[in-house]
Design a protein around this ligand. Structure first.
Ligand code: TA6
Length: 289
């Protein structure tokens, strides 16, 4: 780790072994790390409590691929690029594999606010031909709050999809049940078939689901601990666990990694996406409580 630069009383900037900038926040409420590569929240842990987020022990942190764990930002598409974007584009867009700018950090009574941004470049326009400004506001307090804002700085409408792809830390799949997902979902394990959730979701195998009518608050009950994921202005909640077969196929996840993670993601997955007119913006958010 290279020298640390103090930015505020509770936030410092350093560089990891491969030179990528890393923010460390340690305030009255919690400790957190944010990589400027992808504006990626790597960790968040309230003092005296277990970590809220899961980070793979095999995560690649040198900028050569997306980071497995924490909160990757999927943007401006979710999953494989849609037809309107074209083929041969990276899964989940390019925001998670681009170096963002740090616009500001400030300490407040309710926590430390970090403001990050990304603008279009020649490289981004080669993948997605739009002028944009993307902003992420992260508040590290007694809750972890993320707001992602897309602003159209071009002169024609843009369409986007996205997810705040949150990897939650769990104690074990058997201890977990999830409520607040609503009933209808698309089951990506069966090729996107529509299905209905009956009661709480429990974990007994690979899952990749898009819940279409979630409540604002999704609760992950894990033995004695409850984590709430409270989201706004999204159109769906994605729940994903790769299970053993999926984990063992991923170079950046240990085979048993699936046993301690569950993704619960505020997302914009509708095929039509969100359309933003020139000079307009759209935000959506998630809070981990
Ligand atoms: O959010 C679920 C999902 O879209 C899954 O289909 C799964 O592939 C996952 O994201 C991880 O994607 P990644 O590109 O990070 O390997």
């Amino acid at each position: 780790m290279q020298p640390i630069r103090t930015l505020t009383a509770h936030c410092s900037l350093s560089h990891n072994e491969t030179g990528l900038p890393l923010l460390t926040i340690d305030n009255a409420y919690a400790k957190a790390e944010i990589s400027l590569f992808g504006a990626h929240v790597l960790s968040y842990q309230r003092h005296g409590e277990p970590a809220s987020l899961w980070l793979s022990d095999k995560a690649v942190l040198d900028g050569s691929k997306p980071i497995r764990g924490g909160i990757p930002l999927c943007w401006p598409w979710f999953g494989p690029a849609p037809a309107r974007v074209g083929s041969g584009k990276p899964a989940h867009g390019f925001a998670r594999t681009t170096l963002w700018s740090l616009d500001g950090v400030s300490d407040h009574e309710d926590g430390t606010l970090v403001h990050l941004s990304l603008r279009d470049t020649d490289a981004s326009r080669a993948l997605w031909p739009h002028a944009f400004e993307l902003e992420l506001d992260v508040l590290i307090g007694k809750e972890l709050s993320l707001v992602l804002t897309t602003r159209n700085t071009g002169n024609s409408p843009l369409v986007y999809n996205a997810a705040l792809h949150t990897y939650l830390q769990i104690s074990s799949p058997a201890a977990v049940s999830v409520t607040g997902l609503g009933a209808p979902y698309l089951d990506k394990v069966t090729g996107g078939q529509p299905a209905q959730q009956q009661g709480a979701l429990t974990l007994s195998g690979a899952l990749d689901r898009i819940y279409l009518q979630p409540e604002p608050r999704v609760t992950v009950q894990d033995a004695e601990r409850a984590t709430h994921v409270v989201s706004g202005n999204h159109d769906s909640i994605v729940v994903w666990t790769p299970w053993l077969e999926g984990a063992s196929a991923m170079a950046d996840m240990s085979d048993d990694g699936y046993r301690t993670m569950l993704c619960v993601e505020a997302a914009i997955t509708a095929e039509a996406g969100v359309v933003i007119a020139p000079d307009e913006e759209h935000s959506f958010s998630t809070v981990i409580i």
